[in-house]
Design a protein around this ligand. Structure first.
Ligand code: SAJ
Length: 421
């Protein structure tokens, strides 16, 4: 199938790099976002999200004339839906964005078009939700248009590299749809392109992130057990991982981001009675922020000034969605601590009113240094001899095992480290 024009609906962490990549590989791409601010920012030559290499890629794509950014779709050979699928307070998937993106395609859908859903979705979404909406056009899926699910699988921080190099799964509603999808992504994907059916592709995506979540929960549980036993979990994991078939992940203050903290619930939603381990693991990871607050209480008591470093859900990115660091800071503030939160990647956050804009402003006069995210910028700043004189009390909680705690103890810090009893 020869696709010349394509609409990418949703210009977030996945849609924007995907649209730009296709544009740089000769497709005429219409990038669509319903948020006028996003459209405005992109058309002014800027980008609204931080990702290595993205700004340059988007700029080149727009400059080439192959990427046009606008608020609504147009008739095209193919449509890619890359909108968010968050979850509701009851942990059920919120599919409103997928529904309205699908509806926005209906008036433009023509015989021979290809529609791809990339958004992480509960199993059967492509056949049970998207297909019937698209068929409101009067065309029949599989007969008049091609339809497939192809999950994004790229790691924030390495999106541009992984977009090209990762294996790509394409699950069509029929074989012809899978093959049409393969022809499209072969434009820039160098990794293997694996064809399957739509529901299997949806399940694959959910299984990948659930696999990671369950394994992080196991690491977190090991950390709590190690603390209870009075040993160092990091040493124990380091030794256990020398076994040829063991690879324990890293304990931490919780699991954040828009994917791993959310997707396992989509499996629970589909099969609540079967997904026991999955929901249990989610609860273990969700309990970590409260545990960190408890660690802090044990270290400094009921009051004090806390310099909280890092708010994003992991290092070296700007994304604070579902971030355990944000939850910890909120819980501390609610418990009456005076918190000064600093993150070089976060200039503002509406849910927090304790944000400060420099390391010094966070640390000066503080009773506790709390490391929540191991951003590379902190390496040069977290020098014990330099930080110690700035603080009122020398107390430290490291939730990421990113500091050499012996060096901090040497200059008089009382140290608590997650997973170390
Ligand atoms: N984390 C730990 N310990 C670890 C690894 C991660 O506590 O050993 C925490 C991180 O701090 C973070 C969270 O887990 O809060 C998730 O981070 P991550 O780097 O594991 O994953 P994401 O959410 O940035 O990206 C994941 C990736 N999925 C897998 O690795 C299976 C990525 O490939 C997916 O494309 C992405 O989800 C997505 O969009 O679904």
């Amino acid at each position: 199938m020869n696709i010349k024009t394509l609409c990418v609906i949703g210009l977030g962490y996945i849609g924007l790099p995907t649209a730009s990549m296709f544009a740089m590989h000769g497709k005429h791409v219409i990038g669509v976002d319903i948020n006028s601010k996003v459209v405005e920012v992109l058309n002014s030559g800027d980008v609204h999200i931080e990702e290595v290499g993205l700004r340059a890629l988007v700029r080149s794509a727009i400059k080439s004339g192959n990427l046009v950014i606008q608020k609504s779709p147009e008739p095209s050979d193919a449509f890619i839906i890359a909108v968010p699928t968050p979850f509701n307070p009851d942990k059920k998937a919120d599919m409103r964005a997928v529904i309205s993106a699908s509806e926005s395609i209906v008036p433009h859908l023509q015989p021979g078009n290809l529609v791809i859903l990339e958004s992480t979705s509960p199993a059967r979404t492509t056949v049970d939700l998207v297909k019937p909406i698209l068929e409101r056009s009067g065309l029949k899926g599989g007969q008049d248009f091609f339809l497939a699910y192809s999950p994004e699988r790229v790691l924030p921080g390495q999106i541009l590299k992984e977009l090209v190099e990762n294996a790509r799964v394409i699950g069509g509603i029929d074989r012809a749809s899978s093959e049409a999808g393969r022809d499209l992504y072969a434009t820039f994907v160098k990794g293997e392109i694996v064809l399957t059916d739509g529901t299997t592709a949806e399940m694959v995506k959910l299984m990948e992130n659930t696999f990671r979540d369950v394994n992080i929960a196991l690491a977190n549980e090991f950390a709590l057990i190690a603390e209870k036993l009075g040993i160092n979990v990091w040493e124990a994991i380091g030794i256990a991982n020398r076994h040829p078939r063991v690879n324990i992940l890293r304990p931490g203050p919780g699991v954040g981001g828009h994917c791993i903290a959310v997707d396992p619930w989509f499996l629970v939603e589909s099969a609540p009675e079967q997904a026991n381990l999955i929901s249990r693991a989610r609860l273990v990871n969700e309990s970590m922020p409260a545990y960190v607050v408890e660690m802090i209480r044990r270290t400094i008591g009921e009051t004090g000034i806390i310099a909280a470093l890092g708010l994003t859900y992991k290092a070296d990115i700007d994304d604070t969605r579902e971030s355990p660091a944000v939850e910890i800071v909120q819980r501390l503030a609610e418990s009456g601590y005076a918190v000064r939160a600093y993150d070089p990647h976060v200039a503002e956050l509406s849910s927090l009113d304790c944000l400060v804009h420099s390391f010094d402003a966070a640390v000066s006069g503080a009773d506790l240094l709390l490391v929540l995210v191991e951003h590379v910028e902190f390496k040069a700043l977290l020098v014990p001899e330099a930080v110690a004189p700035l603080m009122k009390k020398r107390q430290l909680v490291d939730t990421r095992h990113c500091l050499i705690t012996a060096n901090w103890r040497r200059v008089g810090f009382r140290v608590a480290e997650l997973g170390v009893g």
